[in-house]
Design a binder for this molecule. Structure first.
Ligand SMILES: Cc1cc2nc3c(=O)[nH]c(=O)nc-3n(C[C@H](O)[C@H](O)[C@H](O)COP(=O)(O)O)c2cc1C
Length: 357
């Protein structure tokens, strides 16, 4: 079992969906950083359940409590511990999943791996709620990145078959209305909303794709061979439940391109070498180029759905039907936006620190 991530800026997460709390311990935050707890809370609020009809109706305040590592609003260099308490806990909908595991969820695999001792309530450690810990640690990392002129932005670029325009300006992504679907293309956003309502009215769920940009990363960051920029970010992204794909720059589309189309020509701008295009997604040889690091993350449709689905009964050893009740996100992608963004901030800061920057 591994609940920690990072080399210098290290995070350790703990808690369960229906336990006492969810938390993160951060080691490696430099001393002397002024910590704005309001900003950490604001990031948590972006992820918080029950904010609108398009997300799970579990109502949690997700109020962050800072337990260690900050004195008079300034980091001391000691581990920083942050928690949120679980308040709106209703485990009744999870009574039978040990016997009839949910298709698409981790119930069966967790029961096999942990020999039935795992906490299945609300998905236990496999719940999307664990990602609040990633958000707290990332929101802290963002405050260190600020001082280095680096920012991380993200928005939804696809829900179901609806896609946003390519190449939307950074400023538009930064200015997104945080309460709606987090897509900077307003026209596509309203169609995406319809896709989510369509899935909901059919007792179903729907997948999504999120684009993330790390802007201001200097060239030369990344640790080939095995801790390349892509490897570290992909590792982090695949630790987020429901993530099923990560691509950098032209990604899978590059399989259908010619070298002459995919190569990004080097040019000089204000005395600096940059590239004219950014099909590489800001990474060459696993090392940052100085261009924005751009990647997309595919999020699968929520496994817990109201529709009748086939599963097995572990007691009778017969096939059976499951109909999930409970409170679930119809489209995980909507709440995953701040999770991906803050996880990317953790990676960016750790990679920078490993380069001595
Ligand atoms: C922010 C977030 C919210 C989630 N909400 C739900 C949910 O309401 N219901 C559900 O069944 N899965 C939800 N998930 C996904 C499950 O946690 C995930 O599918 C499950 O742990 C199995 O892992 P895997 O999909 O990576 O294989 C959520 C994931 C995230 C990141």
């Amino acid at each position: 079992m591994t609940f920690s991530f990072g080399t210098i800026y290290k995070i350790r997460v703990f808690g369960e969906s229906h336990g006492t709390c969810i938390g993160a311990v951060v080691e490696g935050c430099p001393p002397g950083i002024t910590i704005d707890t309001g900003r950490i809370q604001a990031e948590l609020d972006r992820r918080r359940p029950g904010r609108n009809i398009l997300t799970t109706q579990r109502k949690e305040g997700d109020v962050m409590q800072l337990l260690s590592g900050v004195l008079d609003g300034v980091s001391t260099g000691a581990p920083i511990t942050m928690i949120i308490r679980n308040e709106d806990v209703d485990s009744s909908a999870y009574k039978n999943i040990e016997v009839t595991p949910r298709p698409g969820h981790a119930d069966l695999m967790a029961t096999i791996k942990y020999k039935g001792h795992n906490d299945l309530r609300g998905g236990g450690i496999f719940s999307g709620r664990m990602t609040a810990a990633f958000v707290m640690a990332g929101a802290l990392a963002k405050q260190v990145l600020d001082g280095k002129g680096i920012k991380v932005l993200s928005h939804i670029v696809q829900i179901g078959n609806v896609k946003a325009k390519e190449g939307i300006e950074d400023q538009k992504i930064e200015g997104i209305d945080q309460d709606a679907i987090h897509c900077a293309d307003a026209g596509a956003a309203s169609l995406m909303e319809k896709e989510v309502y369509g899935a909901m009215s059919d007792s179903d769920s729907i997948g999504a794709c999120i684009e993330c940009r790390i802007i201001g990363m200097p060239p030369g960051v990344g640790e080939p061979m095995f801790d390349s920029v892509e490897s570290v970010i992909s590792h982090a992204m695949f630790s987020i439940p429901a993530v099923k794909g990560v691509e950098f720059g032209s990604g899978f589309q590059s399989a259908s391109m010619k070298g002459s189309e995919n190569n990004d020509p080097f040019i000089f701008k204000n005395g600096k070498i940059i590239t004219k295009s950014n099909n590489a997604g800001g990474v060459l040889g696993g090392i940052s180029t100085g261009m924005p690091i751009v990647f997309k993350v595919a999020i699968k449709p929520t496994p817990s759905i109201g529709k009748r689905q086939k599963t097995v009964d572990m007691k009778t050893k017969k096939e059976t039907i499951i109909e999930m009740s409970g409170r679930h996100d119809p489209c995980i992608g909507i709440r995953a936006v701040p999770v991906i963004e803050n996880m990317a901030a953790i990676c960016a800061l750790d990679l920078l620190m490993r380069s001595g920057l």
